[in-house]
Design a protein around this ligand. Structure first.
Ligand SMILES: Nc1ncnc2c1ncn2[C@@H]1O[C@H](COP(=O)(O)OP(=O)(O)OP(=O)(O)O)[C@@H](O)[C@H]1O
Length: 374
């Protein structure tokens, strides 16, 4: 028996005939605990919205099952699922004011007038929409409609809150402010929430765990920290993290004392064998070729390091991004200070063994992260 609040078991979504139509979500299994905030993160078309709509009941599940609070819900219509939603296209009721829209579900649940007033005031303050409570949806901006719709979802008691790009139309300052407040609101009430987003910063800031999807397949379901430090595969490694992880193909060779990675242009990364655990060493030496990944903020400049030629040096106001030609590709480094370098300058870099992520070139799966096996 699972004590999870939400269980997706081998869920498939086909648009069109099962097994022949467009396979948008593939054998998706995941469990969400009560009180957790989950972000579904992935590029456009990866199946995030289809997943959310199946949980909400707006799309039929082609195969598999969904259980919420211990009861199977995938055959139930949306109104029977006790799910609160803020969806694009799931718009506010036009004949009702913003306040009436927010209060609607509370009144239906027969909450007292005093309680309704209290909750509306609280959520309106949280989302900075107190001044438009008396307005109708057609007379407010897209960003205000989005906040009103988010308010209508957050105000409700429900077994699950589903938020589809809930802040997509808001400007960055407001987004950043609301992110913190919404997280606090959800956590304080112990709500369970799933949020769909393209935005890594939003996923990292809001979510306890992130489900990374690509091509309809769940790539990794883990805490933001684990996803960053221990990406399960090349996709997650390069998709999550800004700027993206540097990746290079390498040949592996070694002995009892040394491990070497041969890169393009005759470059060689040479390490003492004891820089890696025996298990990692064994795993690496079994292979001829690997993909090496290193995060831009883990690349160190070092005198006497491997020489690379600077191609671009950009100061972004709070950090420097340096792009350098390396092994037939580009190596990006991040430094926190402003760096005086110009294109053509040669610098030395060092890739510490603990900063290396090694992946299988065939299936993309992680082999090891630094000293530890994946
Ligand atoms: N109603 C539909 N009929 C047919 N195909 C659809 C339908 N809705 C989505 N798809 C397809 O299913 C796949 C997954 O779409 P989905 O909307 O779930 O992705 P997404 O990750 O939410 O993308 P986005 O971030 O762009 O909204 C895409 O190839 C999309 O074109």
């Amino acid at each position: 028996m699972s004590n999870a609040q939400l269980v997706l078991d081998q869920v498939d979504k086909f648009y069109g005939p099962v097994d022949f139509g467009l396979h948008a979500v593939k054998k998706l299994s995941m469990q969400v605990r009560k009180g957790e905030i989950i972000a579904l993160l992935g590029s456009s078309g990866c199946g995030k919205t289809s997943t959310l709509r199946m949980i909400a009941g707006f799309e039929a599940v082609s195969r598999g099952s969904i259980a919420l609070g211990g009861r199977p819900v995938h055959m139930l219509p949306p109104v029977k699922r006790n799910v609160a939603m803020a969806f694009e296209g799931y718009s506010l009721y036009p004949p009702l004011t913003v306040k009436e829209n927010m209060a609607f579900a509370l009144k239906a649940a027969r909450l007292s007038q005093a309680e309704v007033e209290k909750r509306v005031a609280e959520v309106a303050k949280l989302l900075e929409i107190e001044d438009i409570l008396g307005r109708y949806p057609s007379s407010i901006s897209g960003g205000q409609q989005q906040r009103a719709s988010l308010g209508r979802a957050l105000i409700r008691d429900a077994d699950l809150h589903l938020l589809d790009e809930p802040m997509g139309q808001l400007e960055p300052q407001l987004r950043a402010l609301l992110r913190g407040r919404i997280k606090h609101f959800i956590k304080e009430r112990g709500l369970t929430a799933i949020l769909v987003t393209h935005d890594q910063t939003e996923a990292n800031a809001l979510a306890d765990r992130i489900a990374v999807m690509e091509g309809g397949v769940l790539q990794q379901f883990d805490t933001p920290q684990k996803i960053k430090e221990r990406p399960a595969n090349l996709f997650t490694g390069t998709f999550v993290g800004e700027p993206p992880m540097n990746v290079f193909e390498a040949g592996v060779s070694g002995s009892a004392e040394r491990i070497s990675f041969g890169l393009k242009d005759g470059l060689r990364l040479d390490y003492a064998a004891q820089d890696f655990s025996p298990a990692v060493r064994d795993e690496l030496l079994k292979r001829e070729r690997v993909m090496l990944g290193v995060r831009p903020y883990s690349v160190r400049r070092a005198e006497g390091g491997m020489p690379v030629k600077v191609a671009v040096n950009q100061w972004l106001g709070d950090q420097t991004h340096i792009a350098a030609d390396f092994a037939g590709n580009t190596m990006v480094l991040v430094e926190h200070d402003r760096v005086q370098l110009k294109p053509g300058d040669v610098i030395g870099i060092r890739l510490a063994p603990e900063s290396l992520h090694v992946f299988d070139p065939q299936n993309g799966r992680a082999i090891c992260h630094g000293e530890e096996l994946a």
